[in-house]
Write a protein that binds this ligand. Sequence first.
Ligand SMILES: Cc1cc2nc3c(=O)[nH]c(=O)nc-3n(C[C@H](O)[C@H](O)[C@H](O)COP(=O)(O)O)c2cc1C
Length: 195
Amino acid sequence: MKIVAILGSPRPKSNSAALAGRILERASELGAETQEFVLNKLAFKGCQACEACKTKLDHCVLKDDLTPVLEAIKEADAVVMATPNYFGEVSGQFKCFFDRTYSFLNPNFTSRLAPGKSSVLIMAQGQPNLNLYADVYARYEMWLKRYGFANNHSLRMNGPRPADSVSQRPDLITQAEEIARNLTSPSPKQAGDTW
Ligand SMILES: Cc1cc2nc3c(=O)[nH]c(=O)nc-3n(C[C@H](O)[C@H](O)[C@H](O)COP(=O)(O)O)c2cc1C
């Protein structure tokens, strides 16, 4: 069981990264092999819309620090993605990463990824009202399903805004641990049974 985390916050002691870290720690205790990438430390471009991945290659033509991240997702059983909410959206770092996953789609827009992977999208926002920005997960979940992710989780942190605040939210730490348990013990159907 391989779990890869993609961290989209530039902040040291980021809240979204701390929640992802708790999932990875617990999953590792439960036997998973884990790996994490901090997007802000990587040098990479967003999608160039060159369509090479739709016309002559089955992968992204760009060779940069995001190349091993995209490869790690192909190999993973579960992908944990974490981002702050910036102006009602994911961070710019996260959006540039997500646009590059365009290369996971065949020319007919079916997925090149093996089906049945699990996903987690963590989003931290300063706003206490969770009704605000509920659309963000819904939109990303739609694409994750298109990529063949079958066991999908959302974890949202609403306020407080300062970094390193996750210890003030034991409810979210518990949710993160429950998600880790789910990722490491998928149901028989998620594990690839065909009936
Ligand atoms: C550029 C910028 C834009 C932000 N925009 C919003 C916003 O639109 N709504 C909101 O609730 N919080 C907003 N915030 C607050 C962050 O979402 C919040 O601090 C969050 O905890 C950051 O996640 P992190 O700790 O993982 O970096 C913004 C912060 C920054 C720096």
